[in-house]
Write a protein that binds this ligand. Structure first.
Ligand code: NAD
Length: 476
């Protein structure tokens, strides 16, 4: 059984959970120790005790640990990508990309540890100097979802440690393998006891006890809106800072003047790659009438040629859905869309392949209107809907008619419309002639409205969440 890491020691518990391959449910990847309330409280106490020393560690020490970890992740890309593909179902090519991204994130934050910034200013009063500096926040609780099993933990753990915080990390139940491998790498890279703790287990037990514990100074969470709301509500009584990254209903606008091949590539990648299980997936395709029929027909043709199959087969383009619950949800939403008048133009069938996995042919639903549930609620699977519009202005209004605001894209050859969309799309990330999913690791990541709450993640902007600002006045 793979143990939890608490105060520098690998600790098993009396209860383990199996990690199952969604491409082949007969394949058990491993058994992972499940923490309970007692283990979580011990981990939080260890992180609190380790904080004073770690918060005063040198930037060089933090740099060296993060750099060593980044190097090891990159040197083990193939092995870690295989583990990721096996436990989450992302195809190998995408899994390699995610592992590489995790490695790059650690190298970025290794260097960021050496770039601690501050300001020295003259006071408005004569003879007084003002310094503005940043300090670590304290014990950071990290709660992550299953869809990016190594990249999301990386983009939360790396900045937390870089800026001198200690960590209690709770990964999603479905993907303990990558979480365990990452923590093992960091521990061997030299993270001192208590500075990084791993507690695997159910959200309702481990996650909830992190929310309820006053010793946790900050929580960074990525997951569903429903859980995000719990994190926020539970944190308010503690006056704890929270960072929430939640769902999306991301629009891809396709104007009449677009290059059809580019628009089809953007839609295919954005809506269906990674089995559509990306918070930035293009789930609403908002298409102008003049190009609508050609676009739908070209996209349906490309979809028919997509190879759905086991994640570890090199020729597979679309891996399985992550589990039976998610597959049932995807099929439910296809049925709901059809019941509300949508037309299933391509795919949508659960597939029986040689192995027993959760395979679904990507689905395209046309003839939908903005008020339908398929256009209002996050599906989180390989399902996209098409909304036909008459003008750019209507497309923009439909794109913004949602409670979500994570990512939004436009395909057009018009500088005028591209510029207007960049300005007026109510999202945190905007793409022109690019898929809505697929972002860089050195610039801010996050959204607006119900998609995100709190400061941005990633890049230098991560300091906004992982540090507190201090203003010091001196009369020399
Ligand atoms: P989820 O909300 O079910 O779970 C997320 C995490 O919260 C898990 O670790 C879970 O165990 C934990 N959790 C559950 N109940 C809890 C509780 N009561 N207290 C504390 N923690 C608890 O989400 P999921 O199904 O793992 O992930 C899918 C969701 O994540 C989708 O909505 C997707 O859009 C979103 N997501 C968002 C981003 C982003 O950056 N905006 C990125 C990836 C995924």
């Amino acid at each position: 059984m793979k143990p939890n890491l608490i105060n520098g020691l690998w600790e098993t518990t009396g209860h383990g959970a199996e990690n199952i391959n969604p491409s082949d449910t007969s394949d058990v990847i491993g058994v992972y120790a499940q923490a309970g309330l007692a283990e979580t409280e011990t981990a939080i106490a260890a992180a609190a005790e380790a904080f004073p020393a770690w918060s005063h560690s040198t930037p060089q020490q933090r740099h060296d640990i993060l750099h060593t970890a980044g190097d090891e992740i990159l040197s083990r890309t193939e092995e870690l990508a295989t583990l990721l593909a096996r436990e989450e179902g992302k195809i190998l090519k995408e899994a390699r990309g995610e592992v590489t991204r995790a490695g790059h994130i650690f190298l970025f934050f290794a260097a960021e540890a050496l770039r601690q910034r501050g300001e020295l200013r003259d006071s408005v009063r004569a003879g007084v100097q003002v310094e503005v500096t940043r300090e670590p926040v304290g014990v950071v609780g990290i709660i992550t979802p299953w869809n990016f099993p190594i990249a999301i933990p990386a983009w939360k753990i790396a900045p937390a440690l870089c800026h001198g915080n200690t960590v209690v990390f709770k990964p999603a139940e479905l993907v303990p393998g990558c979480a365990w491998a990452l923590v093992d790498i960091l521990q061997r890279a030299g993270v001192p006891p208590g500075v990084l703790n791993l507690v695997m287990g159910p959200g309702a037990v481990v996650g909830q006890s992190m929310l309820d514990d006053a010793r946790v100074d900050a929580i960074t969470f990525t997951g569903s809106q429903a859980t995000g709301a719990r994190v926020a509500q539970a944190s308010l009584p503690h006056m704890r800072r929270v960072q929430l990254e939640m769902g999306g209903k991301n629009p891809l606008v396709v104007l009449d003047d677009t290059d059809l091949d580019i628009a089809v590539e953007c839609a295919l990648d954005g809506a269906f790659f990674s089995t559509g299980q990306r918070c930035t997936a293009s789930s609403r395709l908002i298409v102008m009438r003049g190009i609508h029929d050609r676009f739908v027909s070209a996209l349906a043709d490309r979809m028919a040629r997509l190879k759905v199959g086991p994640a570890l087969e090199e020729t597979t383009q679309i891996g399985p859905v992550v589990d039976s619950t998610q597959l049932a949800q995807d099929l439910d939403y296809i049925a709901i869309a059809r019941n509300q008048g949508g037309v299933l133009r391509a795919g949508g069938d659960a597939l029986q392949l040689q192995t027993n996995g959760y395979f679904l042919q990507p689905a395209l639903i046309t003839d939908t209107h903005p008020d339908m549930r398929i256009n209002r609620e996050e599906v989180f699977g390989p399902v996209a809907s098409v909304i036909a519009v008459e003008s750019y202005e209507e497309a923009l209004a439909v794109a913004n008619a949602t409670d979500f605001g994570l990512s939004g894209g436009i395909c057009t050859t018009s500088l005028k419309y591209a510029s207007d969309f960049k300005r007026k799309a109510e999202v945190g990330m905007v793409m022109v002639n690019l898929p809505t999913a697929g972002v860089d690791y050195h610039v801010p990541f996050g959204g607006r409205k119900s998609s995100s709450f709190g400061p941005r993640e990633q890049g230098s902007y991560a300091a906004e969440f992982f540090t507190v600002v201090k203003t010091a006045y001196t009369r020399p």
